[in-house]
Design a protein around this ligand. Structure first.
Ligand SMILES: [Zn+2]
Length: 181
């Protein structure tokens, strides 16, 4: 039915793998970056595929200072959930946290994007290949992340840095990424 749907890429639109992300969607993502800059909380929204095969915003949500639950709900009746977008107040980077990695390993997630606590930077991640092992391998990283609170603050930064680097390496192995803003 959608065969032959062709999008003409205009300035500001982006294509990540096979996903066409119109500039209107990127603008909405960037608005959430701005909200995070204002209140320091994570903001996010579902990413959905519209009937005409464009990546469009789904339902949005607000998290706290360190995490967020993004609804897997689309706005349009015929939109299909394909992933999520969320912002990072701190550290102000578009890298995956261990929890981001785990949730993006989920088979329902086809594309996941992360933004910063100021306007102008968004990075999208797509799995290199679909496999059950992604979640199994990502789980131990989350287990370590969950122990942060029990670690002596003196050692915490060292553990955090080591974990983030390990998550980075794993992310690079399993995902392709592209900055779309
Ligand atoms: Zn995150």
């Amino acid at each position: 039915m959608h065969k032959g749907t062709k999008h003409t890429k205009k300035t500001g639109d982006e294509i990540v793998n096979s996903f066409f992300i119109p500039k209107e969607t990127i603008r909405e993502m960037n608005e959430l970056n701005h909200k995070t800059a204002v209140n320091g909380k994570e903001h996010g929204m579902a990413l959905c595929l519209s009937e005409d095969r464009k990546v469009v915003p789904g339902k949005s949500s607000v998290g706290d200072y360190v995490s967020i639950m993004v609804p897997e709900t689309c706005k349009g009746k015929h939109d299909k959930y394909i992933g999520s977008y969320h912002t990072h107040p701190r550290p102000s980077e578009t890298r995956f946290s261990a929890m981001d990695l785990l949730s993006s390993c989920d088979e329902e997630s086809k594309i996941d994007c992360v933004g910063m606590n100021k306007k102008g930077e968004i990075e999208c991640y797509i799995k290199r290949n679909q496999g059950k092992s992604c979640q199994d391998e990502a789980k131990p990283f989350v287990d370590i992340e969950d122990t942060y609170v029990y670690i002596d603050p003196v050692d915490r930064e060292t553990v955090k840095t080591a974990l983030l680097n390990a998550v980075d390496n794993f992310t690079e192995k399993k995902f392709k990424s592209k900055k779309i803003l």
